[in-house]
Design a binder for this molecule. Structure first.
Ligand code: GLA
Length: 400
């Protein structure tokens, strides 16, 4: 009898759903349609983007997911309650599109919402979670971004658990991207539910602006970075603070794009491109495909970086890396070039959260410049350089 009770107990524990493990040991890398195209999306666009992933070396740099955001379906479900891909935008259907993306060695993502309707007014998943999850599995979807519009008074954690369980029961491994804008502090509860969780409202393509839209507003790069404090502990292999899809290539200067990309890498944020890769200038692609910077984002320790100081218009950030290495990023926040002279001996580095401390007079590092792909000597000598307005110097320090 006791044995039977134990078996039943084990079976019950086993059937409790969990998120799919081992899907995002490092932050996901990919592209999402929303920042540039809104709901104006179609299969030719998506195929073109998949082609560019390969042609431009982005796949080779590690980018993998191509995610269709809001606007891929018809305004109504069919008579059986199924979601219907818009036949004008996606005449071949989602399975054929997924096949195309998979044939390039890439992965395919879709968007929906925990509320009754999506933010652009298409059918949300509320009350249809299991049905929708089965549809995604039948189309070979690998990634689901799940939004929070029209969610009324439902509890966020439970709503996201429901969808996690639905995906689990449909059986196909899916990266689950929680998008409730940080309203319910997902860094406190999302780690067992999703693989990434948005920490703020929507990003917009400016350095430090805020643009109001009535009841909500979108935020530029530095507004987003500064919006949340003390959340870095939540990030790590399998679950990431998501600072939103990037605006690299969407209208800021090349220097600002570099700084934006450097910061998303330092923050161990998912690197989800949001620009039109089919017409992107060389400099934009150079930034996005910088493997040395991407390696900082993808470091296997998965420690989110943090601000070291921000005195005299200079933002200085640190990120511990594996093998006792560090990434360090210097960003000139002023509108003028700055002659920068950094004495390593006067700046011991460390990370209280992870109990890492370095006496910079005793420990020497080799310095690697990650945007210019150059070795810059060692920390025995000052780092002297000119940093242009809003530009960045990002280095990797390797212990000697
Ligand atoms: C919300 C999300 C955005 C985007 C839109 C789509 O605003 O935060 O990232 O998905 O909805 O309507």
């Amino acid at each position: 009898m006791k044995k039977l009770a134990l078996i039943i107990c084990l079976l019950t524990l086993n059937s409790q759903a969990q998120k799919f493990e081992n899907l995002a040991k490092t932050p996901p890398l990919g592209w999402n349609s929303w920042n540039t195209f809104g709901t104006d999306i179609n299969e030719e666009l998506v195929k073109g983007i998949a082609d560019k992933f390969v042609e431009l070396g982005l796949k080779d740099a590690g980018y993998e997911y191509i995610v269709l955001d809001d606007g891929w379906m018809t305004k109504q479900r069919d008579k059986n309650g199924n979601l219907v891909p818009d036949p004008e935008k996606f005449p071949s259907g989602m399975k054929a599109l997924a096949d195309y993306i998979h044939s390039k060695g890439l992965k395919f993502g879709l968007y929906n919402c925990a509320g009754a309707t999506t933010c652009a007014g298409y059918p949300g998943s509320r009350g249809h979670e299991y049905q929708d999850a089965r549809a995604y599995a039948s189309w070979d979807v690998d990634y689901l971004k799940y939004d929070w519009c029209d969610s009324g008074k439902i509890n966020a954690e439970s709503a996201y658990i429901t969808m996690r369980d639905a995906l689990k029961s449909a059986g196909r491994p899916v990266v689950f991207s929680i998008c409730e804008w940080g309203d319910n502090e997902p860094w406190k509860w999302a780690k067992d539910i999703g693989h990434l969780w948005r920490v703020t409202g929507d990003i917009i393509n400016c350095w430090d602006c805020e643009v109001g839209h009535g009841s909500w507003s979108s935020s530029g790069i530095w507004k987003i970075i500064n919006m949340r404090k003390d959340i870095r502990k939540a990030a790590g292999p399998g679950g990431w603070n998501d600072y939103d899809m990037m605006e690299v290539g969407n209208g800021m200067t090349d220097a600002e794009d570099r700084s934006h990309f450097a910061m998303w890498s330092m923050l161990a944020s998912p690197l989800i491109m949001g620009n039109d890769l089919r017409s992107a200038p060389k400099e934009t692609i150079k930034t996005l495909s910088n493997k040395e910077v991407i390696a900082v984002n993808q470091d296997e320790l998965g420690i989110q970086g943090f601000r070291f100081t921000n005195e005299n218009n200079m933002e200085i950030w640190l990120k511990p890396l594996s093998n006792d290495a560090w990434a360090m990023t210097f960003i000139n926040m002023s509108d003028q070039p700055v002659d920068f002279n950094f004495d390593w001996n006067k700046h011991n580095i460390g990370d209280d959260v992870n109990n890492l401390y370095v006496d910079m007079k005793k420990t020497r590092f080799k310095i690697r410049d990650l945007f210019n792909h150059k070795d810059l000597g060692t920390t025995a000598k000052n780092l002297k350089t000119t940093i242009q307005a809003h530009d960045v110097v990002m280095v990797r320090l390797e212990k000697i």
